[in-house]
Design a protein around this ligand. Sequence first.
Ligand code: HEC
Ligand code: HEC
Length: 146
Amino acid sequence: MRHVIVISALLLVLSGCTAIQQQKAQPPRPDDLHFHNLQVLPQNIARKDLVDIMKGFTRALGVRCQHCHVQTAETPKETFDFPSDAKPKKDAARVMMRMTERINTQYVAKINNAHTTVTCWTCHRGHTQPDIQPSAPAAAPVGGGR
Ligand code: HEC
Ligand code: HEC
């Protein structure tokens, strides 16, 4: 049992969620509250941490911010209504965030010596819809190796 606890603590460190986990423990201070409609991420998340997470989403899904967020202008500068929930993809992303956290804390954390955690990239790999076709098996090495 102790083993499991130690490993899950380690996995939290490895998953890069430490900052978020630590912030969850502190009550939000009014001057930390940059954002208005967070339902999954901690209310007092630092702007840099939030933006890093958002950039991770765009890379993992191969999309831009407007895939999930309402764009209010294209010129002279792209602007968005980030707190708006008008786009259903944003809610889909919340479901996915909760799912991914659960996969890691309830399942991956129980695998002894797991060396990684599940992220959006694990499934999406640059696409909004994960691959459904397994990739071709690796060709048998010619000459049987040395
Ligand atoms: C795959 C969907 C998705 C993409 C792509 C995405 N976001 Fe988000 N974004 C979300 C979700 C979901 C939330 C709300 C998280 C929550 O409820 O805790 C959010 C919240 C935010 C917020 C906080 C809004 C508030 O005040 O509540 C900002 C700012 C933001 N995103 C910026 C960005 C930027 C900048 C990009 C592009 C680099 C981006 N997002 C790309 C899904 C996405
Ligand atoms: C265990 C695999 C898995 C993981 C991990 C995962 N997803 Fe997904 N995601 C899916 C599947 C499967 C679908 C449904 C795709 C379809 O439409 O057929 C999906 C759909 C979505 C959609 C709606 C489809 C669209 O057009 O945008 C969004 C948004 C999304 N995922 C965001 C995320 C984000 C953000 C993360 C990380 C927090 C994430 N997903 C992690 C498997 C995964």
